[in-house]
Design a protein around this ligand. Structure first.
Ligand SMILES: [Zn+2]
Length: 288
């Protein structure tokens, strides 16, 4: 279609007038942004293309750069490494949501990535870039988090994204990316109904289970969604990625009873068909 081609040749503009037609979508622009988050139009980006998959994932990043240079980079003008993202959450005194790529386009934010059965998540995801120089060292301020939670909430509702598909870049590009970092408050998000978190009662029970060995650790991480490279380093990177999300107070790449309990509890809650590799319980004697 001509409009689509024109979109490719210029940029995936975010302003209302230049939005591509959203065929098959019953929602108008006004309905799309109904939840109260104020969206500020940002510069258009070349770092995108028409989407060819249904939206199933939400991928969260930190930019590792201040707002002005992030906005420049995310316009995707570098032919060597064109990047783009749907939304930027600024770190200004009054943080803003800045729109860069319309959701009907795939933005180049995830790069080489995988989650469960999905590969190359750009086409199946919405991306949010948060302005933070390093989320492993700098906490996310409360007012910025408030806005992130509201933005995630509206995106998840709009597309029916499952909790376990709300992920960090480090979850889907294991060993390659470390954003949004160990200080990103995933647990707080989960308390607001965003993303996955294990039930405390399950974690407590599973703390007594034998620590998964290397083979089982790899199986359990893979069953949850992590795509690991082969070998010892691949497994270590996978455990680190998991810990950065779910056990951020100690990210050491070593499977231990707490990490194992959190992982098994998540599987029990979100992937209940997965065998957890627990020892068989002794069957109760028939009382009769
Ligand atoms: Zn990233």
């Amino acid at each position: 279609m001509l409009a689509g081609v024109a979109g490719l040749l210029t940029a995936c503009a975010s302003s209302e007038s230049e939005k591509p037609p959203q065929e098959g979508s019953p929602k108008s622009g006004a309905e799309l942004y109904r939840s109260g988050v104020i969206h500020h139009p940002g510069p258009a980006s070349d770092g995108c293309e028409p989407r060819n998959k249904i939206i199933r994932h939400l991928v969260i990043h930190h930019t590792g750069a201040p707002l002005p240079s992030s906005l420049t980079m995310l316009q995707g003008k570098d032919p060597e490494r064109s990047v783009g993202v749907h939304y930027v959450v600024s770190d200004e005194p009054a943080p803003r949501v800045i729109d860069m790529v319309p959701e009907s386009y795939a933005a180049y934010h995830a790069g080489k990535s995988a989650w469960l059965e999905a590969d190359g998540l750009n086409h199946s995801s919405i991306g949010i870039e948060i302005i933070n120089l390093d989320g492993n060292r700098h906490p996310y301020p409360a007012d910025q988090m408030e806005l992130i939670i509201a933005l995630c909430d509206e995106i998840i509702r709009r597309h029916g994204i499952r909790p376990e598909n709300v992920v960090g870049h480090s979850d889907v590009s294991v060993g390659r990316k470390i954003d949004p970092g160990a200080l990103f408050p995933w647990r707080t998000l989960a308390e607001h109904g965003i993303g996955a978190w294990p039930l405390a009662i399950d974690v407590e029970e599973l703390l007594d289970a034998p620590v998964p060995d290397a083979d089982l650790s790899r199986k359990l991480l893979t069953a949850y969604g992590y795509r690991l490279e082969p070998g010892k380093d691949g497994l270590r990177n996978g455990i680190e990625a998991f810990q950065r999300h779910f056990r951020a107070h100690r990210v050491d790449g070593t499977m231990d009873s707490e990490t194992g309990a959190l992982l098994r509890a998540l599987l029990r809650r979100y992937r209940p068909e997965t065998p957890l590799g627990l020892p068989e319980k002794t069957p109760l004697k028939d009382a009769g």
